[in-house]
Design a protein around this ligand. Sequence first.
Ligand SMILES: Nc1ncnc2c1ncn2[C@@H]1O[C@H](COP(=O)(O)OP(=O)(O)OP(=O)(O)O)[C@@H](O)[C@H]1O
Ligand SMILES: [Mg+2]
Length: 239
Amino acid sequence: MHIDIDEIAKEFGTARALHPVSLSIPNGALVALLGPSGSGKTTLLRILGGLDYPSSGRIFFDGQDTTGLSVQDRRAGFVFQNYALFRHMNVFENIAYGLRARRRRDRPAEAEIIRRVNRLLALIQLPDIGARYPGQLSGGQRQRVALARALAIEPRMLLLDEPFGALDAKVRKELRQGLREIHDATGLTTLFVTHDQEEAMDLADLVVVMSMGRIEQVGKPAEIRARPACAFVRDFVAA
Ligand SMILES: Nc1ncnc2c1ncn2[C@@H]1O[C@H](COP(=O)(O)OP(=O)(O)OP(=O)(O)O)[C@@H](O)[C@H]1O
Ligand SMILES: [Mg+2]
């Protein structure tokens, strides 16, 4: 899905979290929202997914204005840093949750649910853990399961907020590679938030550098390294 963000702004009371920002995201891109704490990354991601509303501006999915679209109709797959899995459900049921929660007429048959969950477990390279509970998994395995759960609903886009933030450096790198592979296998338009410039540069097709509620630069990693648009970007990507 191709996404157009047109002059989106957000105020919380008198505080500006986002100045009007505009951004065009091509279908199938893997995009990093990169910036320091408080720069507006989460706010922009939540507005895209329909978890929050902009104060002004519009968003288009494949040319269609999303203003009237509910969270369900936007069909975003979400993964958050601390998006706890349901502890009382095993991995299989966690992944199946979004399918089982559908209205009866939209719900796949049980055999189809089993087929889909097994395919997702294979995709995250954890084929044998369906019967385990979240408490029996490592942090990295839990985030993979969270990714599979987000993918189960067949989202139109994938939105990840610091998905690897709580993990150690080695696991982060593995999951980074895993996300790249899953992105390439599914072709889903994907946005992930990070404040880690190395992660953004390593993983993304397109990096969006944010600071204080503004987009400072949008470009391929090599372009941003070679031609930072301002002193902020130069210092931030050199860090
Ligand atoms: N619900 C809220 N109420 C009031 N202010 C908010 C709210 N959510 C965010 N803000 C403010 O908006 C600004 C942007 O916040 P946001 O969470 O988007 O930043 P971020 O880039 O995701 O930061 P971090 O890397 O720390 O997660 C911050 O100044 C923050 O304090
Ligand atoms: Mg955030």
